[in-house]
Design a protein around this ligand. Structure first.
Ligand SMILES: N[C@@H](CCC(=O)N[C@@H](CS)C(=O)NCC(=O)O)C(=O)O
Length: 225
């Protein structure tokens, strides 16, 4: 089963797709780029509930949702470096911080970016995100990050947070997000530098200027609709 072909339905700019692409297990896979304005039959059939990318296709099975893809990959290839520590408490807390990153960083940043200027929810989102970045420092401390949550190698919570290294500029320029300085959040800054140096990032992250232009265009289309 682990030798069956692996395909990923993605959009290169998507932070959720970047989680799925990160080559933390060194797998060989085919990328299939989707057009979200004209979704393919393959996408509609493989994720009939949400009709969103990313979707992993493996041995006739379709796995939707970035975080479930990461969990699946970890369990389907157990012979490769594990995404979780063995200790049950550390495992539970890895899930806890992964969930915090998904909801309190990415979902909040994306919704703040889509909120119109002048709406009080925008400033509230920017302030909450700033606080959440500071809170995340305690997550790095709790899981003894060196500099990754999973120690020297990439694990589950690292993959959850990794796309921030590509998207931070977009969030700052398009949503006015404020990020704590390296003095205020040293572990976050160390993490972001290490992720940018990781070989998986070179594959997973698009060119920063192209990413910014893509998101500007996408926002214009979706906010005008
Ligand atoms: N919770 C999902 C979010 C995925 C998601 O929002 N994908 C967007 C692209 S960034 C999408 O496919 N949007 C298409 C649509 O909403 O119709 C995950 O983690 O995979």
């Amino acid at each position: 089963m682990a030798t069956d072909s692996v395909k990923l339905l993605i959009v290169r700019a998507s932070p959720y797709a970047m989680r799925a692409i990160l080559e933390a297990k060194g797998l060989k896979y085919e990328l299939i780029e989707e057009n979200l304005s004209a979704k393919s039959q393959l996408l509609l059939e493989s994720n009939p509930v949400y009709k969103k990318i990313p979707v992993l296709l493996h041995g006739g099975k379709a796995i939707p949702e970035s975080l479930f893809i990461v969990l699946y990959v970890d369990e389907a290839w157990p012979e490769r470096a594990a995404f979780f520590p063995k200790d049950p408490y550390a495992r539970a807390m890895t899930h806890f911080w992964g969930d915090f990153i998904d909801k309190k960083i990415f979902q909040l940043a994306v919704s703040t970016m889509k909120t119109k200027k002048g709406d009080p929810k925008k400033e509230a989102g920017v302030s909450e995100l700033y606080e959440n970045f500071l809170t995340l420092e305690s997550g790095f401390t709790q899981l003894d990050a060196k500099p990754f949550f999973n120690g020297a190698g990439i694990g589950y919570a690292d993959i959850c947070l990794a796309p921030l290294a590509a998207w931070l500029r977009v969030f700052v320029e398009l949503a006015g997000i404020r990020v704590p300085t390296a003095e205020e959040a040293p572990k976050l800054h160390k993490f972001l530098s290490a992720i940018r140096e990781h070989p998986g990032s070179k594959v997973a992250f698009p060119d920063p200027d192209e990413l910014l232009s893509y998101v500007i265009l996408h926002l214009k289309k979706t906010m005008a609709a």
